[in-house]
Design a protein. Structure first.
Length: 95
């Protein structure tokens, strides 16, 4: 589903990303967080009109679609240091 609201994509899964998500939504900025597991989803507050949580893995084909469908205007990578693949994909897609 394509959304018209522009938002920040927070690549999450760490406690730092949870802190950043709270800061972003406190500033009334729409944000979507992506995590790879349901366990990681529990790091974040409940979803709201400003905060959406997406669970799953993205490959090089899906990531472009995700960015378009979610109307992403900025990407913040706060993934785990070992989550190299998503970081590389995000960088490649945003350049």
């Amino acid at each position: 589903m394509l959304t018209s609201e522009r938002k920040i994509w927070l690549i999450g899964g760490t406690s730092e990303s949870a802190t950043l998500a709270n800061t972003i939504t406190s500033a009334q900025i729409p944000c979507i967080i992506s995590v790879t597991t349901d366990t990681a989803k529990n790091l974040y507050p409940l979803e709201s009109s400003l905060l959406k949580i997406w669970v799953g893995k993205l490959n090089n084909v899906q990531i472009s679609s995700f960015i378009k469908q979610q109307n992403i205007i900025a990407i913040l990578d706060t993934s785990h240091p070992y989550a190299v693949e998503i970081s590389k994909l995000a960088i490649a897609t945003s350049t």
